[in-house]
Ligand binder design. Structure first.
Ligand SMILES: [Zn+2]
Length: 559
C-alpha cells in the first residue's frame, strides 16, 4: 500500500512538473529593443528601459538597431551614444545581444548594394526598336474596361465580375478622374467591393497595374488592394497601396511577375469594407520593363535580336541599370514603381527601326510596406555580412548574436539560388549555415539565436510561402548545433515547441507581441520538459514597454 501510494505521489509529482517551468528554468530573460541609437533622445529611453528591465529581473537586451548594419557610415556621435548605453548595461549586468544578418527584411544589407535583392526572372520580353530605343511591343492595357466609360445601368463593361452592382457599386458620372465616369463603392460594411477580370498573360512577364482612387471617410482604406492571382491560386502581388481614408484622386501602383502562369485573375478594390465611400477610375494593367532591375553576375541581362545574335552591353547597347533601385529615398529603400530606365541601342548593334528584340533579365519586387529580401546565395551577401559582423564584434564583443532571419518572402529565383534538384528548404539551410559560419569566423565562442518562423514547418517553412519558389521544408536541417530558437509561433505552440525540442535546440519564447502580457504563462505551461525552453523575450513591435513588469511577473516568480 505504502509502495503504491509513493508511486501515485511520484506520478502526481511528475504530472505537476510537466507543463510548468520553474522560475529557475526561465533563466534567459530578454527584452527585444528595436531602437535607433543615433537619435540622442533614444539613448535616455534605452537606458530607462534597461533600468526597468533589471529591476523586473531581466538579464539581457536584444538590440535590434538598423544602424548595426551600417556601422561604417554612421556619424561619430552614434558611437558615443552606444558607449553610454553599453556602460549602463555593464553597470546593470545586462548582456547586450546585437541583431545581425538581416535576411528577410534586408534593407540594412541592401544599403551596401541594392543589386543583392533577390531577382525574379523575366523571360524573352518582346521589344521593337524605334529611334534607337527599344520599347515593349505590348503597349495596350489588359483591362479594356478599366476606364469605366462603358457600362449598362450600374454594371461596368469589360469585367468578369463586379461586387454588388446597384446595391453597393455604382457608375458615377459626376465624380470621376478621366472621361465621363468612374466606379463608386459605398455601404460595404463587412463586404467586398471589387471588380475582377481574367487576363491571358505570358509566363515570366513583368506587369504594372495602376489605378486612380478617391476616398471619402472610407474606414477600411488599408484593405484596398490590386491583386493578381495565378491559376494555382498563388497570389503574385503583395504591395500595399497606401490608400488614405479621405484622399483626392491619387494614382497607386503594383508591380508583379506572372511567374509560370498563362492566365491570372486581376482584382482591384477593397476586401472586408467599412463605412464611407471610394471611387476607382482609369485602371490599367500593362507590360512593363526594367523597374527595379537587378544587375549582378548571378542575374544576367540578355538582349537578343529576335531569332538572331545576342547584343553586347556597352558595345551594341548602352549600359543598363535602374538608378532608383533600392535608392528611394535612401539606400536600402525600394519603392513599388518608378519611371524605368530605357534600353538604348548603339550604332555597332546595326539594328533599324522596326527590328525586334527579345530581352531577359531579373527584377525585384516589394512586399507589403516595401519589404525587400536579399538573395540567399550570392557570395557577395556573405562578404557584406562579414564586414558588418566584424564591426559589431569590435563595438560590443558580444557573447551572443541574434540572426535576424525572418519572413523571407521572396526566394529561390535567381541562378545563384535556384539549382536543379535543390529545394528552397535546402537553399535556406545552406544560407543559415553560412550566416552562422560568418559569425563564428569572427567570434569562435559566440552563442547564436535566430527567429523560429523560417525553420518551423508549422509556421513559414512550407510550400508556396509568398513568392518563394518551391518548398521551404527541411530548412531546419541547416540550423547548427547549439542554436537557440527564438520561437514566436504562439498560435501552433503544441506542434512547434516539440518540433524544435526533439531536435535538441534550446528555445526562448518571444512573448507579449503587443497583446496581453499574461499570455506568456499559458504558453510556458504548454512546454514539455523535453522542449528545451529556457527563456522568454518581451517582444514589442510598437515600442510599447508599458507591460515589461507585468510580463516578468507572469513569466517567472519574483525572487
Ligand atoms: Zn538569389
Amino acid at each position: 500500500m505504502s509502495n503504491r501510494l509513493s508511486v501515485l505521489s511520484l506520478i502526481a509529482l511528475l504530472l505537476c512538473c510537466v507543463g510548468s517551468l520553474s522560475a529557475a528554468e526561465v533563466s534567459r530573460r530578454w527584452v527585444y529593443l528595436q531602437l535607433n541609437l543615433q537619435v540622442e533622445a533614444n539613448v535616455a529611453k534605452a537606458v530607462a528601459i534597461a533600468k526597468r528591465a533589471k529591476a523586473a529581473g531581466y538579464n539581457s537586451i536584444v538590440l535590434a538597431d538598423y544602424k548595426l548594419n551600417i556601422l561604417d557610415r554612421v556619424p561619430r556621435h552614434y558611437f558615443r551614444h552606444v558607449e553610454q548605453f553599453k556602460e549602463s548595461c555593464r553597470q546593470l549586468e545586462l548582456e547586450i545581444i546585437p541583431a545581425v544578418c538581416p535576411i528577410g527584411y534586408s534593407d540594412g544589407l541592401l544599403a551596401h548594394n541594392p543589386n543583392l535583392a533577390e531577382g525574379l526572372p523575366v523571360k524573352d520580353a518582346a521589344f521593337v526598336v524605334r529611334d534607337g530605343t527599344a520599347t515593349l511591343t505590348s503597349r495596350e492595357s489588359f483591362l479594356p474596361g478599366g476606364d469605366f466609360e462603358s457600362f449598362r445601368e450600374h454594371i461596368a463593361s469589360g469585367w468578369n465580375y463586379q461586387d454588388f452592382p446597384k446595391d453597393a457599386s455604382f457608375i458615377d458620372t459626376e465624380l470621376k478622374h478621366g472621361g465621363r465616369a468612374a466606379l463608386r463603392f459605398e455601404s460595404l460594411v463587412g463586404r467586398n467591393g471589387r471588380v475582377i477580370r481574367k487576363v491571358a498573360v505570358q509566363p515570366y512577364q513583368l506587369l504594372h497595374a495602376s489605378v486612380w482612387i478617391r476616398t471619402d471617410r472610407f474606414s477600411t482604406a488599408g484593405n484596398m488592394r490590386m491583386m493578381a492571382i495565378g491559376a494555382d491560386g498563388r497570389t503574385l502581388s503583395y504591395s500595399n497601396l497606401g490608400v488614405k481614408p479621405t484622399q483626392g484622386w491619387r494614382q497607386h501602383h503594383v508591380m508583379f511577375n506572372t511567374l509560370d502562369n498563362t492566365e491570372i485573375n486581376f482584382y482591384v478594390g477593397c476586401w472586408n469594407g467599412g463605412d464611407g465611400r471610394f471611387w476607382l477610375d482609369d485602371v490599367r494593367l500593362e507590360e512593363s520593363a526594367f523597374v527595379n532591375l537587378v544587375r549582378r553576375d548571378s542575374c544576367p541581362l540578355k538582349v537578343q535580336i529576335e531569332g538572331g545574335r545576342e547584343l553586347r552591353e556597352g558595345v551594341d547597347f548602352a549600359p543598363l541599370a535602374d538608378p532608383k533601385l533600392g535608392n528611394v529615398p535612401y539606400s536600402g529603400s525600394y519603392d513599388v514603381y518608378h519611371e524605368p530606365p530605357k534600353l538604348r541601342l548603339l550604332p555597332a548593334a546595326k539594328v533599324s527601326d522596326g527590328d525586334r528584340l527579345r530581352v531577359s533579365y531579373y527584377h525585384t519586387v516589394t512586399i507589403y510596406e516595401n519589404q525587400v529580401t536579399c538573395c540567399l546565395a550570392d557570395p557577395e551577401v556573405f562578404r557584406v555580412l562579414a564586414k558588418q559582423v566584424k564591426l559589431v564584434e569590435e563595438l560590443f564583443s558580444p557573447r551572443t548574436y541574434f540572426l535576424s532571419h525572418d519572413e523571407i518572402r521572396v526566394a529561390d529565383w535567381c541562378p545563384a539560388c535556384h539549382r536543379d534538384g535543390r529545394s528552397a528548404g535546402e537553399l535556406l539551410a545552406r544560407n543559415i549555415r553560412q550566416c552562422a559560419a560568418v559569425v563564428r569566423q569572427i567570434n569562435r565562442q559566440a552563442k547564436l539565436c535566430v527567429w523560429s518562423d523560417m525553420f518551423d514547418p508549422h509556421h513559414n517553412a512550407r510550400d508556396k510561402f509568398y513568392l518563394v519558389q518551391g518548398d521551404l521544408a527541411r530548412s531546419w536541417e541547416g540550423l547548427p548545433d547549439g542554436m537557440t530558437i527564438v520561437n514566436w509561433n504562439h498560435g501552433q505552440a503544441s506542434e512547434s515547441l516539440p518540433f524544435f525540442g526533439k531536435q535538441g535546440f534550446k528555445q526562448v519564447l518571444a512573448g507579449y507581441y503587443d497583446s496581453d502580457p499574461r499570455r506568456i504563462r499559458s504558453w510556458l505551461s504548454l512546454g514539455d520538459d523535453d522542449d528545451g525552453i529556457n527563456g522568454v523575450m518581451y517582444t514589442t513591435w510598437t515600442g510599447n514597454f508599458d507591460h515589461l513588469e507585468a510580463f516578468a511577473e507572469a513569466a517567472w516568480d519574483k525572487e
